[in-house]
Each structure stands twice: as C-alpha cells, then as structure tokens.
Design a protein around this ligand. Structure first.
Ligand code: TYM
Length: 338
C-alpha cells in the first residue's frame, strides 16, 4: 500500500524560533517515520515582504540545516528549496487565474501583514496563500502539519483544489488534485510572544526578546526568560484568560520537560515567578542543546548539505512535474510529450 504523503515548509526569514519548532518541525520529525515526507524551505514566500538579497541564500541554507538538526532524516524525507522547483511558480500562476480575488482579500494574515507594510504591499503578499496551495497540491499531500496560524491558508488550498480545479475539470475516472488535510497538533500549535502573551511568537517581531531562537546561546535564553513578561500573581496556571503569559510559559515548560499539563499544573501551582523562570530556562537550554550541536556540525559540511538538498530537489522535481502536467492537460493546454 502507498504511504500517505506529508508536505510542509518554513520561510527562511530570520532565525527559526521555538514556535516554528514546536508548532511544525517537531511534528514533521515524527511523521517522517510513517509517511512519505516532503519539506521545503519556502524562499519564494520569503520575498513577499521586503527582503535582503545579501542574506537570503545564507538563511535558506541555514534553515535547511536546521531542519536536519531538528531531526529530519534525508533517508526518509525529501528536503528541498522551493525556488529550485519551477513547478511551484507555474502551478501558482494557473491557480491564480482560477481563484476569486475576494477569497484572497479575506485572508487574516494578509490583512495583518499588509497593515504593517503600509503603501508597500506587493501582489505577492496577497498571493502568498495561492503559492502555498501550489506547494501542497503539487505533491498530492494527504497531510500538512502546521501551526494554528496556517489553518485558514489550508482551508483555502482545499477550496481551490475541490471547487476550482476538481469540480470544474475532473472527469469521473480522473480526479485531478488530492484534497489535503491540515494537521494541527494542539500542543504547541500556538506559542505566544514572551513580551505579550496575547500575540503569537513571530520571526518578524522587531523585539528580539519576544522569542527564543533555536540558535540562541544559553546565556541569551536565560536573559530572555528573565525579561519575559509576567504578572503579580503567585503560582502558574493554564487557561486563565487574565493570565496569558502564565499559560504560555507553563505550556512551553510542559512540552519541553515532557511532563503532562496536569503534572506541571500541580508542580507550579504555588510557585513564584522567581523560582519558575530558572526552571524554564534550564529546560529550554537542554532541549535546544542537541539541536545546536548538530547544527554546528552540519553547517560546517556544506558538501554534505548540498548533496542532501540535491537529492531532495531531484525527487521533488519528479513528483511536482507529474502533477503540473496533469493539471495543464486537464485545463486544456496543448499537450507535449515530456
Ligand atoms: P512560517 O515560516 O511563518 O511558519 C512556519 C511554521 O511554523 C508555524 N508557526 C508557529 N507555530 C506555533 N507557534 C507559533 N508562534 C508559530 N509561528 C509559526 C507555522 O504555523 C508554520 O507551520 N506559510 C507557511 C509556510 C509555507 C507552508 C507551505 C507550510 C509555505 N508553503 C506549504 C505548509 C505547506 C508559514 O507559516 O511559514
């Protein structure tokens, strides 16, 4: 029987943080054991907001190395760079022509990001979710493991596949696109900012102290946790809407210590912040240590990294071309033998 397929990706903008890891990458690592897994570094998405051409390639390379350092196994998964697979841009164009503009204007992330950009909003930013749909649909992905913030984009990818392609161009015998399912694992799906527990942790936050980057050294982690926003209550608890910071930091502690929420609730019920923060720093430092050690090894062996990315590229190219040709044929383009 065919293994189910998984596809996901992260943007190479700034350093990846624990939200990206706990909400997405950590789940890919488990899924690759039982699924045919494709993960890409989505550098085409990274240019939808102003970017620095001097650092993009370096950050793309370092994001790929981080995937591996977090446990992605190139023997089990195809790891590749999105811009190196032409089918992504090509399918995106086709989907653009079939997707209603008003579906795009509803996208929450577009609204949020475009407010920040002021007059400088690119068409690419509006189109971001269609490119994401192309990424997913090209690989006939069954499952797309992402954090909570990507739910709406996945619903859009499903609607495009179902309503705009399959319903209009499929024949009875021949369904064109697989309709993917989101996989949002509740635990870790929305890690919040360290400086405001009502906002999600984000790479684009101008305050570096709002997030823990995967490559932050131990003393910086300790400093960031020391400065993290707290309240004046004693004892930590989950799910008190008046105490979003307590709930967020306790969740991070629970996931990284491997202790169930009920256990950490009891452990920290009467604990003051002054006692809790060093505990949290300690679990963060020891959870990130193996990733940082592995990353340092990988980034020094560029030949090996290039080999892994080339293998991923070849496999991704093969699969994506087949889907693209299927779509092109079904919507009526003049066919040629490939
Ligand atoms: P990006 O780079 O913004 O986020 C990458 C992944 O990290 C998750 N994430 C979080 N999870 C929990 N807490 C947070 N604070 C947090 N911040 C980010 C995101 O949900 C995401 O899973 N648009 C995608 C990239 C993409 C993609 C795709 C994903 C492009 N094409 C195809 C899946 C399939 C994004 O959010 O990137």
């Amino acid at each position: 029987m065919h293994q189910k397929r998984v596809l996901s990706g992260v943007q190479p903008t700034g350093c990846l943080h624990i939200g990206n890891w706990l909400g997405a990458i950590r789940n890919w690592v488990e899924l690759q054991e039982e699924h045919e897994t494709f993960v890409c570094v989505v550098d085409l998405h990274a240019i939808t907001t102003p970017h620095d051409p001097k650092t993009l390639a370096k950050e793309t390379n370092s994001t790929a190395a981080l995937y591996l350092a977090c446990g992605m196994n190139p023997e089990k998964s195809s790891i590749f760079i999105q811009s190196q697979i032409p089918a992504h841009s090509e399918l995106c164009w086709i989907l653009n022509c079939l997707t209603p503009l008003n579906w795009m204007e509803r996208m929450i992330q577009f609204k949020e990001k475009s407010i920040k950009q002021g007059d400088n909003v690119s068409i690419g930013l509006l189109d971001y979710p269609v490119l994401m749909a192309a990424d997913i649909l090209l690989y006939d992905a069954d499952l797309v493991p992402v954090g909570e913030d990507q739910k709406q984009h996945l619903e859009l990818a499903r609607d495009i596949a179902q309503q705009r392609i399959n319903a209009r161009f499929s024949t009875k015998e021949n369904n064109i696109l697989k309709v993917p399912k989101p996989l949002i694992i509740k635990e870790g799906a929305k890690v919040m900012s360290l400086t405001d527990g009502t906002n999600k942790m984000s790479k684009s936050d101008s305050n570096e102290f709002s997030r823990i980057a995967l490559l932050d050294p131990p003393d910086l982690i300790t400093k960031k946790i020391k400065r993290a926003k707290t309240d004046s209550e004693i004892g930590l608890e989950f799910n008190n809407p008046k105490r979003p910071e307590a709930s967020n930091l306790l969740s991070i502690y629970s996931i990284l210590s491997g202790k169930a929420p009920q256990i950490v609730s009891e452990e920290c019920a009467d604990m003051g912040w002054g006692k809790f923060k060093p505990l949290l720093s300690e679990v963060l430092v020891s959870a990130l240590e193996p990733i940082q050690i592995k990353y340092k090894e990988l980034i020094q062996d560029q030949t090996e990294l290039d080999k892994i990315l080339e293998k991923g590229r070849l496999r991704a190219d093969e699969i994506s071309r087949k889907t693209l040709n299927r779509v092109k044929e079904s919507i009526g383009f003049l066919n040629r033998d490939y």
